[in-house]
Design a protein around this ligand. Structure first.
Ligand code: NAI
Ligand code: 15L
Length: 280
């Protein structure tokens, strides 16, 4: 009896940026299902390559020439790399704003047709927690970090209309092994649901530039994915199994940013880098 050859994977080579990070380490494993070769990249050290299907390249996203070389021979990009919390503008500028521009430019040069962009719920973080949002809601970034993700989303729109490069922007809520506080009972995205979301973002056809909130099937939802149904994202997990343990934590005060805004503590970060009084 002859064995059938395994069916070809949808992509030959996927580039994963931010591969040393919390989500990158998860996706480095699971992207193997979708590509013959996963090329993992980060500015920080990563676990060594485990063979010819698992490439590892250190790269600073702020270095345009290095990013252009990184993207050579790639068919799709899962772009997670960058500063993932609120920081002074200058840091965000290099890694997130310049870095994302370098990724799109390199994609254009090398003919990459699909990018999955790790955006964030912080592009709409300044909405109150009792307002339901969808992908068409006007953005309300809650800091330089949220602004950089809004810029990334706009860059995705531009590169689609100008060059036909498709993107799915994932407005990820809080993707950790477990929700950490009351707010995250609404914003939590489990790792299995993240993996499923990234798979749909890579594989769904005719996405143009689509925006989807990355959130599990939690009981209390702030975000509707009514405009992203074409992606086929159907989260299976719920934060509800953690509710009893989370509700044992001291409850934040009613005027605490974690109680008021969807972006939680990010809305109260900064200001950074005030000049000394003699320079004002
Ligand atoms: P992380 O901070 O653990 O990983 C980000 C990685 O990017 C790090 O390994 C870091 O070394 C790398 N990086 C930073 N600056 C770089 C540069 N100049 N060049 C190359 N690499 C650089 O973040 P995490 O949690 O894994 O998130 C991944 C992505 O998803 C990030 O873009 C983050 O903004 C986004 N996101 C994550 C959420 C979460 O709940 N984990 C929520 C919303 C968005
Ligand atoms: C994010 O965008 C951050 O990258 C992550 O560290 C979490 O803080 C998350 O948002 C959140 O809003 O909980």
């Amino acid at each position: 009896m002859t064995t059938q050859p395994a069916s070809p994977k949808p992509f030959n080579r996927i580039l994963l940026t931010g591969a040393a990070g919390g989500l990158g380490q998860i996706l480095r494993e699971t992207l193997q299902a979708h590509a013959e070769i996963v090329r993992s990249s980060d500015i920080s050290p990563m676990a060594p390559s485990r063979g010819q299907h698992d490439e590892v390249i250190n790269c600073n996203l702020a270095d345009k020439a290095a990013v252009a070389a990184l993207v050579k021979d790639v068919d799709a990009i899962v772009h997670l790399g960058g500063i993932s919390v609120e920081r002074p503008f200058e840091e965000i500028m290099e890694a997130n704003i310049r870095g994302t521009f370098h990724i799109y430019e390199a994609a254009r040069q090398h003919g990459v047709k699909r990018i999955v962009f790790a955006s964030s719920n912080h592009v709409t973080g300044f909405y109150p927690q009792d307002v339901e949002l969808d992908a068409h809601s006007q953005r309300r970034p809650d800091g330089y970090y949220g602004l950089s993700k809004a810029y990334g989303e706009d860059m995705a729109t531009f590169y689609f209309h100008r060059y036909g490069i498709e993107t799915v922007s994932l407005r990820i809520g809080s993707s950790f092994p477990e929700p950490r506080n009351l707010r995250m009972l609404s914003t939590w995205l489990s790792y299995p649901d993240l993996e499923h979301l990234v798979a749909r973002a890579l594989l769904a056809s005719n996405v143009g530039h689509s925006v989807v909130y990355g959130v599990s099937n939690n009981r209390d939802q702030w975000w509707s994915n009514r405009h992203a149904a074409h992606l086929g994202f159907a989260p299976q997990d719920s934060s509800e199994v953690f509710r009893t343990q989370i509700e044992q934590q001291p409850k934040p005060a009613a005027d605490d940013p974690n109680s008021l805004f969807q972006g939680g503590a990010f809305t109260a970060a900064g200001p950074f880098g005030d000049l000394p009084e003699t320079h004002q």
